[in-house]
Ligand binder design. Structure first.
Ligand SMILES: NC(=O)C1=CN([C@@H]2O[C@H](COP(=O)(O)OP(=O)(O)OC[C@H]3O[C@@H](n4cnc5c(N)ncnc54)[C@H](O)[C@@H]3O)[C@@H](O)[C@H]2O)C=CC1
Ligand SMILES: O=C(O)C(=O)CO
Length: 386
């Protein structure tokens, strides 16, 4: 029998019951739901990762929709519980939805939402920060300073890598990968090599135009290349950032053999999902190659790190904070709430999940649509003409 879970309630007499498994930043998302006759219940349990049992208790006997988190296991058990409670909508408060079994949701006719776009630049900025921090050994140097070890400037103290003129490699040049590529190319004048299943024409045009601009101003132009294989990126790039989705094709994309093909002084950044990298192999590679550096936001067995990783000076580790800017997190909450609300109210699905800005403007009411439902096609949901 599941234990009772503590909750905070807004608009107790609302017609539709919407549950959020976590308190989320901002109040706009709550107001938008309340204005549309929802009773909003927020789980305030002091437990970071809720179990399936906890969430079943939250769903209860009547629940129209749930906003959940990427740490939760949304599979057959939860979708059948939600369906039994009359629920038709679930939204992850995340763009990645590898924690969701979409086939199970389809089986129960539950719409699955995610939150693309609003976190693109924020996540890319963290990947860029990790790239610079790793290349220039910023965290190591900070620790050294705080430990009182600095006793004067030295020619060899914390020498790292110059980024300008080097090659940045991007694996998964979708929304975030492309934004990161632009930052590194424009900010540090790096050349680009990328690998994706699809061509990123917009990114290529951007780098071409920027290269022409630099040339016209008497500087060396930057270049781009779409690699025919991921291995080409790994072999040629000096800084490599991983931005694919996590699925069967990207699990352990970076493994022992591939690490061995990378440059000895390369920087590897992962702000996608932990299992994209074989973390045990990475720890071994970092031990063997002290000038190889990594910046990691995500881990294979979150919240844990593989043994040995925390002891390595050539690894920078942060706790899955890539999307953690106030604007982004409030926007993610808004998109997740509107995904659920849209389905409850029978609104259509927004036609372009890459253009969610109209939902984020606090000065006007949001469009009457769900911003991003990943299984809209399978469920045959209507698409907004706006
Ligand atoms: N660390 C964090 O806090 C965050 C992590 N993420 C992760 O980043 C991922 C990407 O997000 P977006 O850029 O918005 O998604 P997106 O869908 O725009 O980009 C993903 C790209 O990966 C490519 N891809 C898929 N399989 C591939 C393969 N086998 N090899 C190479 N490329 C492949 C796709 O073609 C696509 O272009 C999310 O799915 C999520 O897991 C997203 C936001 C924050
Ligand atoms: O959105 C995601 O996929 C995250 O990892 C958190 O922002």
């Amino acid at each position: 029998m599941a234990k009772p879970v503590s909750i905070e309630v807004y608009n107790p007499n609302g017609k539709y019951r919407v549950v959020s498994t976590k308190p989320m930043p901002g109040t706009r998302w709550i107001n938008l739901l309340v204005e549309q006759d929802c009773r909003v219940e927020i789980c305030t349990q002091k437990k970071t990762i809720l179990s399936v049992e906890d969430i079943i208790a939250l769903i209860g006997d009547k629940c129209d929709g749930v906003i959940g988190q990427l740490t939760e296991d949304w599979g057959e058990t939860l979708f059948s519980a939600l369906s039994r409670a009359g629920g038709k909508a679930f939204s992850n408060m995340a763009v990645g939805y590898n924690n969701v079994d979409v086939n199970a949701a389809n089986k129960y006719g539950v719409a699955v939402g995610n939150t693309p776009g609003v976190l693109t630049e924020t996540t890319a900025e963290l990947a860029a920060s990790l790239s610079v921090a790793a290349a220039r050994r910023i965290v190591e140097a900070d620790e050294f300073m705080r430990a009182g070890l600095y006793d004067g400037w030295l020619p060899n103290l914390f020498v790292g890598n110059l980024l300008k003129g080097q090659t940045v490699g991007v694996i998964g040049a979708g929304r975030i990968g492309s934004a990161y590529a632009r930052m590194m190319v424009e900010g540090f004048k790096m050349n680009l090599i990328y690998y994706d299943l699809y061509q990123s024409t917009r990114l290529e045009k951007f780098v071409t135009a920027y290269g022409q601009f630099l040339k016209a101003n008497g500087e060396s132009p930057v270049t781009w290349k779409r690699a025919a294989s991921m291995d080409e990126v790994l072999q040629q790039a000096d800084v490599i950032s991983l931005h694919p989705i996590l699925d069967k094709t990207t699990y352990h994309l970076i493994n022992k053999e591939r690490l061995a093909t990378m440059k000895k002084e390369a920087v590897l950044v992962n702000c996608s999902r932990g299992p994209v990298v074989d973390e045990v192999a990475l720890v071994e590679h970092l031990k063997q190659n002290p000038m190889f550096r990594v910046g990691l936001d995500v881990f294979e067995d979150e919240p844990y790190m593989k043994p040995g990783l925390a002891d390595l000076k050539n690894a920078i580790v942060v706790p899955h904070i890539a999307s953690a800017s106030k604007w982004t997190r409030e926007g993610m909450a808004t998109l997740a709430a509107l995904n659920v609300l849209g389905k409850i109210k029978g609104y259509p699905v927004w036609s372009d999940a890459n253009r969610v800005e109209p939902f984020l403007n606090e000065n006007i009411p949001p469009p009457a649509a769900s911003p991003s439902i990943v299984n809209a096609k399978v469920l045959g949901l209507p698409v907004s003409r706006l």
